[in-house]
Design a protein around this ligand. Structure first.
Ligand code: ADP
Ligand code: MG
Length: 257
């Protein structure tokens, strides 16, 4: 059965979507079957992997609103072999409100994902930067949470709220839920600040912090504009090397579970 992981940090711009696409692509290139679910109404994972947000036949919205929906119908293949996507567009913004009225409003994504769990080794959910029902549905549906943290001033701001949200969902909706790991992103080794942030995050999360650190790399910021994972866009770049190394470390951790 596939392991489902939410990529979550309620702060925007910390590298959630970049990690979703590039960890997903690197794992697929290592031979794993990977599904990415885009549950952010901005649809950045969708466009970032080269799928147009216009004219989508089905999206995550259908999974959430129609309890009988056949999840497989919404799955799209990407240009990376072994990497599939359930896309999102702005329809999802409405789901946040529509869900309030629906039965089992916090567990709808879990039921939708259960239908396809066996098709994949890993299912990643790219969460929106908020603590609303879309995020709650994601946390209720997964085995673990992968937290990207940006190496910048105020990196740990909001982290205690993030951890208490995870604890709350664990207590009330999903007793299995655990922190999968914490990955530091946009590291700049030339600055003391980046080095300091790494130390602080390690102090807070201890052994949950991956030793692979994702550097700030302009190629990583360019790749989604071309609808490509970094390993396709510029396989020799520092960003591609980092996500490949991260995928290997990620698998080692998974194997040790
Ligand atoms: P989030 O999904 O948490 O909002 P993103 O992954 O979209 O964050 O990243 C925010 C912005 O920073 C995007 O423009 C992205 O391309 C860029 N970015 C992400 N990671 C890196 C990195 N390691 N180096 C350079 N730019 C990055
Ligand atoms: Mg994002």
């Amino acid at each position: 059965m596939g392991r489902a992981i939410a990529i979550f940090n309620q702060k925007g711009g910390v590298g959630k979507t970049t990690t979703n696409i590039n960890l997903g692509a690197s794992l697929a290139q290592l031979g794993k079957k990977v599904l990415m679910l885009d549950i952010d109404p901005q649809g950045n994972t969708t466009s970032g992997i080269g799928v147009s947000k216009k004219d989508l036949e089905y999206t995550v919205y259908d999974l959430l609103i129609d309890a009988e929906f056949d999840t497989r119908k919404a799955v799209m293949h990407t240009n990376v072999e072994g990497l599939d996507l359930i896309p999102a567009n702005t329809d999802l913004a409405g789901a946040e409100i529509e869900l309030v009225e629906l039965d089992g409003r916090e567990q709808r994504l879990r039921h939708a994902i259960d239908r396809i769990r066996d098709d994949y080794d890993f299912i990643f959910i790219d969460c929106p930067p908020s603590l609303g029902l879309l995020t709650i549905n994601s946390l209720a549906a997964v085995n673990g949470v992968l937290i990207p943290i940006q190496c910048e001033f105020y990196a740990l701001e909001g982290v205690s709220q993030l951890v208490s949200t995870i604890d709350l969902v664990k207590k009330n909706l999903n007793p299995e839920l655990e922190i999968e790991g914490v990955v530091l992103s946009m590291f700049d080794g030339r600055t003391n600040l980046s080095i300091q942030v790494v130390q602080e995050v390690k102090k807070y999360f201890g052994s949950k912090v991956y030793s692979t650190v994702i550097p700030r790399n302009i190629r990583l910021a360019e790749a989604p504009g071309f609808g490509m994972a970094i390993t396709e866009y510029d396989p020799k770049s520092k960003g591609a090397q980092a996500y490949n190394a991260f995928a290997i470390e990620f698998l080692e951790w998974e194997g040790a579970k």
